[in-house]
Design a binder for this molecule. Structure first.
Ligand code: ATP
Ligand code: MG
Length: 334
């Protein structure tokens, strides 16, 4: 899916996807961090098990790389049900969704990634399916077209979105539970990296994984990616995952001490130099740096806001004094 908000710096390749899937925890207990969401999900799944019914529909919301797909797979694993994968962009009309729904087995977990990008007609069919486990299929064309009801076996929808604000309220309301994934603490990312290092049989100097964690923008996917680049460096230079390897590899890939990459810095630099620190709309910023607005909105902005270098105002985005300081640009006189 090329137009999905992409993490900057390194595009996803086939091997990247493989790498990610080998690192996905399969059980809720192995999922690191997100304490609250884990407890909420655990309760929901256990209650359903006791009552011997399919769990409520679950919406997973949050920025890319925080574990939405991983959690969807865990839901299937924990309930012992089959997982069916589809995505918003693949559901371009009601017929696409009808084809998926009519072929589901009872109890199945239907994972709809990027659910905010579904076609409107498919969305309307999904409301009905989620609520009543029933859809109306149109048979025939033109004046002779007829709507035929089709009963479905109960199933659980797990939707994932990086932009829950774009979901129409009626669709949002059909989910019994919405999990809001938060950025991870450095200490949690260090645990993610320790787990990855063990799986990849890497030897690391004390503190070096913490160093990578602190530059990973609160995101497990980025932490794992950076570790992979450091691993490359260590491999080529015949070292362990040392502090020196971390520093050298991250410098090579333009990741600075605070975890900002080239795109983050370009956005801040544009905001400060071209727009005099703002306020400016996030889309204008994106177009000016030549990046997809979705990427800037879903990936860059949340990170910069979180680390206090960008602020959102009614009029648009502004650069904070921390941003000037980080880029070594003098603050304008008041
Ligand atoms: N809590 C976690 N513990 C361990 N590993 C994690 C955790 N969350 C994510 N990961 C790892 O990070 C990678 C990205 O996670 P995942 O694909 O689930 O993110 P996502 O939220 O679906 O991202 P996107 O919005 O881009 O689809 C995976 O390889 C997964 O192994
Ligand atoms: Mg995903």
């Amino acid at each position: 899916m090329t137009d999905q908000p992409r993490l900057p710096e390194m595009a996803e390749s086939e091997s990247e996807l493989e790498f990610e899937s080998t690192l996905r925890p399969n059980r809720l207990d192995d999922f690191i961090g997100q304490e609250k969401v884990r407890k909420q999900l655990d309760l929901l799944l256990r209650a359903a098990e006791i009552q011997n019914r399919t769990p409520d529909h679950i919406l997973l919301a949050g920025p890319p790389g925080l574990g939405k797909t991983t959690l969807a797979m865990i839901v299937a694993e924990e309930t012992g049900q089959a997982l069916r994968l589809t995505s918003g962009p693949a559901l371009q009309n009601a017929a696409d969704l009808a084809a998926v729904l009519s072929s589901m087995v009872p109890g199945e977990v239907l994972f709809i990634d990027e659910i905010h990008r579904m076609a409107r007609t498919a969305e309307e069919m999904l409301y009905l399916a989620m609520e009543d486990f029933r859809i109306d299929i149109m048979v025939g064309k033109g004046a002779g077209a007829q709507s035929v009801p089709l009963e479905l076996s109960p199933f659980t929808v797990v939707g994932a979105t990086t932009r829950s604000g774009l979901l129409p309220a009626p669709l949002r309301d059909r989910f019994g539970f919405t999990a809001h994934l938060e950025f991870y603490q450095d200490e949690e990312l260090e645990r993610v990296l320790t787990r990855t290092a063990t799986l990849l049989e890497l030897v690391s100097e004390p503190g070096s994984l913490a160093e990578i964690a602190s530059r990973s923008r609160g995101t497990p996917r980025i932490a794992n990616r950076l570790l992979r680049r450091v691993r490359d460096y260590a491999l080529v230079h015949g070292t362990d995952i040392s502090h020196e390897a971390v520093a050298a590899a991250l410098q090579l890939y333009d990741v600075d001490e605070r975890g900002l990459d080239r795109l983050d810095r370009a956005v801040l630099d544009t905001l400060i130099r071209r727009f005099r620190g703002g306020p400016v709309g996030v889309r204008t910023l994106a177009v000016t740096v030549g990046e997809e607005p979705d990427t800037v909105e879903a990936v860059v902005e949340p990170f910069l806001v979180r680390i206090g270098m960008m602020a959102r105002t009614q009029q648009g985005r502004i650069a904070t004094p921390e941003a000037y300081e980080h880029l070594s640009i003098p603050l304008p006189p008041l």
